[in-house]
Design a protein around this ligand. Structure first.
Ligand code: PEP
Length: 251
């Protein structure tokens, strides 16, 4: 963990959550003070719950974010949601380029870059996800793939305030598998080098999250790795106890 960078623990609820299940979010709000010395907290529920969660979270220590946005601000795009609408509903951050969207919706780096700019246009922070597949890893292409995703997805005007990078190996998402801490250190070091060389003013202070099967039992070990500035958490973010235990694992 880079000392000067305050960790962020971000929860990605994916396509999970009905109004009736908001109790877990209420518990996060109630107990957030237990971890505010450790990390910032962000929960990204499905879009249907953003407004209700943001209302509950007003004045509390948990921010609310979104999982995706359309690049445009408005228009004839049935079923899509503009970043402006998400911010209007109370989101302060938008996840873009998650591997599930890259795979399920054929999203490429150019589109992820446009979505990043859309999040900024609306006034939200963009959490840009990158990660290699198992096949790419097996072929020894991890750094090449990540370098290409970073170069293609990050706009020139990225700053430490408007951008968070999340490294999420695709093979580690929802599988219970994680890279070794040595691999995480090498890859996060590579991402840091990319950021510092491309964004001279802010690259050293941008947050780089690790994501992929983070849980209470492995959080402390992963969060202690150099250049790991928090986590993007899927499954374990659905339970307040697990989500807060992960935050407690920050050094
Ligand atoms: C994710 O999808 O962003 C993620 C990290 O999922 P999980 O924690 O469930 O592996």
């Amino acid at each position: 963990m880079t000392d000067a960078i305050r960790p962020l623990i971000a929860g990605n609820w994916k396509m999970n959550g009905l109004k009736a299940q908001a109790a877990e979010f209420d518990a996060m709000l109630d107990r957030a003070a237990e971890v505010t010395g450790k990390a910032d907290l962000l929960v990204c529920p499905p879009a249907t719950l953003i407004a209700a969660f943001a209302d509950k979270a007003r004045g509390k220590k948990v921010a609310v974010g979104a999982q995706d946005c359309h690049p445009k601000a408005s228009g004839a795009h049935t079923g899509d949601i503009a970043a402006e609408m998400l911010v209007d509903a109370g989101a302060s951050a938008v996840i873009v380029g998650h591997s599930e969207r890259r795979a399920d919706h054929c999203e490429d780096d150019a589109l992820v870059r446009q979505k990043t700019e859309a999040a900024w246009r609306a006034g939200a922070t963009a959490i840009v996800c990158i990660g290699e597949t198992q096949a790419q890893r097996d072929a020894g292409q991890t750094l090449e793939i990540l370098g290409g995703q970073l170069a293609g997805s990050l706009p020139e005007s990225s700053t430490a305030a408007n951008l968070v990078v999340a490294y999420e190996p695709v093979w580690a998402i929802g599988t219970g598998l994680t890279p070794t801490t040595r691999d995480v250190e090498q890859i996060h070091g590579f991402i840091r080098e990319f950021l510092t060389s491309r964004f001279k003013a802010d690259g050293a202070s941008m947050r780089i999250l690790y994501g992929g099967s983070v849980k209470p039992s492995n959080a402390a070990e992963l969060m202690a790795v150099k250049n790991v500035n928090g986590a993007l958490v899927g499954g374990a973010s659905l339970k307040a106890a697990d989500f807060l235990a992960i935050a407690k694992g920050c050094p």
